[in-house]
Design a protein around this ligand. Structure first.
Ligand code: HEM
Length: 175
């Protein structure tokens, strides 16, 4: 009996050893490997600057609140890379609805992101992981398979409200 226990104890240890080792060597979340929130913030700020200056896509941002977009992008990227944030913005489908984004424009935005990641010397592995996490969102964002860029923002596009509107004093009604 004692022998049986010893054998099964050894078998148990052998079977769990690889799992324990795996756990021990587990890689940190992408968020940490990118450099945490300060790095994500710097990446998003640079990226937003490129996007807003990129005539292939900047018409789409004409009606939007830049502060809301940047703040929500920071927490979105944090949460998509395994960071501690809770993203509270709209879903990708809802926020890009009626924007008329083409496949070509999606590609242009990805190019801007790659330029930012290269500027910050994000290693190939982490760059690939971030692009790999964002790429599958394409079908929720792209509304036209066209390779065209610089297409107009449809007149019926309704932007999300700016952040913190609840704290603004109400306008006085004209009597
Ligand atoms: C993987 C790619 C993309 C990601 C992860 C992404 C992410 C986001 C996020 C998190 C928001 C904020 C939503 C909110 O405030 O509730 C947003 C809004 C926005 N995105 Fe994207 N986006 C992507 C691609 C694109 C592309 C390709 C375009 C246009 C060419 C675009 C244009 C916009 C615009 C104009 C807004 C503001 C919408 C509004 O004012 O309501 N995005 N995006």
């Amino acid at each position: 009996m004692r022998r049986l226990f010893a054998v099964s104890a050894v078998a148990f240890l052998l079977s769990t050893a690889p799992a324990l080792a795996d756990h021990h060597m587990a890689e940190k979340p992408l968020f940490d490997r990118l450099g945490g929130q300060p790095a994500v913030n710097a990446v998003v700020d640079d990226f937003a600057g490129r996007v807003l200056a990129d005539t292939r896509i900047n018409a789409k941002f004409a009606k939007s609140d830049a502060a809301r977009l940047v703040a929500n992008l920071k927490s979105f990227i944090c949460s998509a890379t395994g960071g501690p944030c809770k993203y509270t913005g709209l879903s990708m489908k809802a926020s890009h609805h009626n924007m008329g984004v083409t496949q070509g424009e999606f590609g242009a935005l990805v190019e801007d992101l790659v330029a930012t990641l290269d500027k910050f010397k994000v290693p190939e592995k982490e760059k690939g992981e971030l692009l790999g996490a964002l790429g599958p969102l394409g079908p929720d964002i792209v509304e036209s398979p066209s390779t065209a860029t610089g297409t107009a923002l449809p007149a019926n596009f309704k932007p999300a409200p700016p952040l913190h509107t609840a704290h603004k004093p109400m306008k006085k009604k004209k009597r």
